[in-house]
Ligand binder design. Structure first.
Ligand code: NAP
Length: 251
């Protein structure tokens, strides 16, 4: 029970990696606020799983790229579950657009959610933690693409490499105030986001050939690492980024 009696907010907890993190967190003893933007029913499924493990759960709608949504979300979690101990910045989107065709709107929407949204959620939570003199732990979810080039990702990849810098810089300012900040970079994980790769008989073998383990990961395999990084067992760990990718980045 690494996370016994901790309260965690997981952005994008309705599906995929966020859902895997929420499941493991509940099994490790945490109460979980499941954020989502559009898929309320999926968020309810995640919350039901958390409750089935004897923990409290709420679902919270909110777009991580909108300050008013984030402030309302954090306020609700604080009121209904109590002060947040752990924030997992997992919400993200990926689109694939060749560099020469990318529009201002496509750049702005993606970077707003993946990078600014992450910064925004962290700032709102940290301001409150610091005001109440509480300790905390933040885990940012990056991507293998912080280290590897994939086609059509000149907007996506910089957001994920940017999270490493955000993690280091936030850690430098927040750790002295009692808030650790780390980053976990998943590799190819089987979720809605990657269904198109998993189902493509030509592309899938090319990707798997680059991964030492020769397979895609499951959301819970990311969840276990995030649970450790977020927990008090990792009390001397901050400002770091880890690849959870079956040996893709190292190959
Ligand atoms: P996914 O299956 O597409 O799920 C995305 C999640 O993010 C959903 O819960 C979605 O909510 C939420 N979301 C999207 N935009 C949001 C917004 N503006 N505000 C709040 N929530 C929002 O994606 P995934 O594969 O689990 O990916 C999760 C994270 O891991 C992302 O940051 C992604 O970049 C990163 N990642 C994924 C992989 C991979 O192989 N899957 C690899 C590396 C990194 P709704 O359900 O309401 O739509």
């Amino acid at each position: 029970m690494r996370l016994e009696n901790k309260v965690a907010l997981i952005t994008g907890g309705s599906r995929g990696i966020g859902r895997g993190i929420a499941e493991v967190f509940a099994e490790e003893g945490a109460d979980v606020a499941v954020n989502y933007v559009g898929q309320a029913a999926k968020a309810e499924e995640t919350a039901a799983y958390v409750r089935s493990r004897g923990r409290r759960a709420i679902t919270v709608q909110g777009d991580v790229s909108r300050r008013a949504d984030v402030e309302a979300m954090v306020e609700r979690v604080w009121k209904e579950l109590g002060p947040i101990d752990i924030l997992v910045n997992n919400a993200g989107i990926e689109t694939i657009v060749p560099f020469l065709e990318l529009t201002d709107e496509q750049w702005t929407r993606l970077t707003d959610i993946n990078l600014r949204g992450n910064w925004l959620c962290a700032q709102v939570v940290c301001r409150r933690l610091v005001a109440e003199q509480r300790k905390g732990s933040i885990v940012n979810i990056g991507s293998i693409q912080a280290a590897k080039v994939l086609p059509g990702r000149t907007h996506y990849a910089p957001t994920k490499l940017g999270l490493e810098a955000l993690t280091r810089n936030m850690s430098a300012e927040m750790t002295p105030l009692g808030i650790r900040v780390n980053c976990v970079h998943p590799g190819l994980i089987e979720t809605d986001m990657t269904q198109w790769v998993m189902k493509d008989p030509e592309i899938l073998p090319q990707v798997l050939a680059q991964i030492s383990m020769g397979r895609a990961g499951q959301p819970r395999e990311v969840g276990h690492v995030v649970a450790f990084v977020a927990s008090d067992e990792a009390s001397y760990l901050t400002g770091q980024s880890f690849h959870v990718d079956g040996g893709w980045q190292g190959k």
